[in-house]
Design a protein around this ligand. Sequence first.
Ligand SMILES: [Mn+2]
Length: 267
Amino acid sequence: MAVVENMRPLRYRSIFISDAHLGFRGARADYLLEFLEATESEYLYLVGDMLDIWEMQKRVYWPREHALVVRRIMEKAWNGTKVVYLPGNHDEAMRAYNGSVLDQFSMTDQAIHTTADGRRFLVLHGDQFDTVVKCSRLLSMLGSRSYGLLLRANHWVHLVRRVFGFPYWSLAAHVKYRVKNAMAYISNFEEMVAWEATRQHVDGVVCGHIHYAEMRSVGDVLYCNDGDWVESCTSLAENHDGSLELLRWAELREQARPDEQVSARIA
Ligand SMILES: [Mn+2]
């Protein structure tokens, strides 16, 4: 924690983080805790898979740092940050609480965030598009009218798979097993999510799920993926003028200079 103890907080209007996978051994809770200590924001969006309930069902793993991340987030809510929790597929059980609002803490499947410069962004985890992406070759043959149908089919496919005890089909896992085709899957995913944003007549979309931070224009919409806290330790931040940027904590923490060092250099 030494890196942030003497650091002035980095202030943003909004911060979007996802895929922390707390409860899973691979989670970089240490870096995430540093990041939460080092930053302040009016809005904090938790864009899915913050908890890894799948992993916790296999084995109980809940070290102190993971608990501290949860506590720090709740403290932020108590101190006035508007926290929005959007469940993902690894913390799907939390979807039962969608619609809950407790002071500054709310839970929902999809949110619309309006930036300081008036742009509207659809915020969602992104697992809703797994089947659509998997079937995208078929989709391109069938044409765009099938898209809505596929989205609805996605829900039933997962339901059926669950009834028969199949694991949830995950794009992220699929990408890892088929590295050769990873870039094609990522770009398919990006296009599908952007498509949904276009359909909802918003200016952009913020999602997570595929553990690949990105900010790029897709057609008329701005696609933003806040990355993850297992591998890349990234987040998306909105500045006070409404501009957006990707934050890579591994790089940012190196730049963060404790006040004493700064004053020592001035002297
Ligand atoms: Mn996910």
